[in-house]
Every structure is written in C-alpha cells, then in structure tokens.
Design a protein around this ligand. Sequence first.
Ligand code: SF4
Length: 252
Amino acid sequence: MKSEKALEILNILKKEYPSIPKSFLEFRNSFELLVSVILSAQCTDKMVNIVAPKLFAAFPDAKSLAGGNLDEIMAIIKPTGFFQNKARSIKNCAKELVERFGSKVPESVEELVTLPGVGRKTANVVTQIAFDKTEGVVIDTHVKRLSNRIGFSRHNDVDKIETDLMELFPKNVWKPLTFYLILHGRNVCDARKPDCENCVISPLCEFYSETKGRPVKKETAKKAAAKTTGSALTKKSAAPVKKSAAKKKAGI
Ligand code: SF4
C-alpha cells in the first residue's frame, strides 16, 4: 500500500475516533505501568486494573517486588493467567531494575527490551505512555489483525509489521495510530465478524475489496479470536461509533 492511501485511511479513523485515551491501563508511575503491561499479556486490561492495585499495595516499588516472596506474588496475580511465568518475569524484572538501573525504569526501547519479560510491544507502550517518547509502533493483537486486513502489512511477524507501519506512516502518528486501530478493531473490525458494511474505511480496505464483506472463514476467525486478548492498550472503548455508510464517507 502507498503512504498516501494509508494516510487517507488514518485521517478517516481520526475523524471517527476524535478522542483517544492516554492509556487503557491505570497506573501512578512508570514502574506500575511497566509491571501492568507485563501482566496484560493474554489478559484483559480490565482484569489487570483490578489485580495491579493489590500487587502494588503489597509491593509498591521495584525494591520490594524484587525481594518479594514468589508464592505471594503468584497468589495476587493469579487472576491474570499464566501467573507462574508472569510472577517470575515481574520479580526478575524488578530485580534488574534495582541492580542495573538504580530502581528507575529506563526510558528507551533499547534498554527496556533487556529486562526480563519485556518485548518491543511492552517497551513501546512504556516509552510512549510513561515518557512521551515514540520510538516505534505498539503492535497488539488488534493492530496486527487490522494491519493485515486493511493492507498496511502482509507480514505475520509483529516486528515486521511494526517496520512496515513505521515506513508507511510519519513518526508523529505512530502513537495515535495504535489507538485508532485498537478502537476500530474493538468497535467495528471484530476478529470473528468484521462489520464491513458499516465500516468507514471499507472502500479503501483490501480485505473488503477481496471479500466484499463475506464472513471471515471459520479457521481464520478462530485463529484471530484466540489472539484477541492481552493488549496493554486494549479495552472496549466508550468512544462512539458512527454507523455512517462507508460509501457516503468515501464520497461515492
Ligand atoms: S472493511 Fe471490514 S475488514 Fe476492512 S477494516 Fe473495515 S471492518 Fe475491517
């Protein structure tokens, strides 16, 4: 896809979702955000927002979490799923924060990805949301699915999708782009049942031009739905969805 077309799609989504939130995760500082993003893997943000305050009440900073009892940490974070691995990750992450970064969360993606349990998605969320520094694009399950459907990227690998989006869009829109795609994914472009007939970008969407809104194949839908959890930024948005006709929006 050419950049002009990608920007046209972005501008339509921008009008569709005029207000985007700062974050879907609740946090008081960069440490809490970092830990919450790790907990959000394969878990809803809603659940993380319930569990995280209990964890931070018991372990308020990197030092206390690093020295925390693993069984106690597991018991608190159990509702977020994969709690054994997550407990080890956040404890080890806190330990390295203390030992290598003076208990401070580093502000670059390069440094963040050296911490246990931290990949590019988590690092991009933390730098963008906690430090207002944009170095890449946050690729969550919705961003991945919509990038493939719309035609922004033909890759499956999230790092390659991120590279495609960074080449396609100017840096100043990398951060809001994630929010627009998440909101559109939650509100219209569902993993199982994309509502193409009421989608404002359907005239520009490759999936729509290929399928004309026919239902997603069973296998594809299953795979997509199985991955529809675990986004640090995802949560059903309160943002209104205008059910305007796609053709009207495209000026046809
Ligand atoms: S046209 Fe369909 S597949 Fe394309 S973005 Fe809209 S809802 Fe998703």
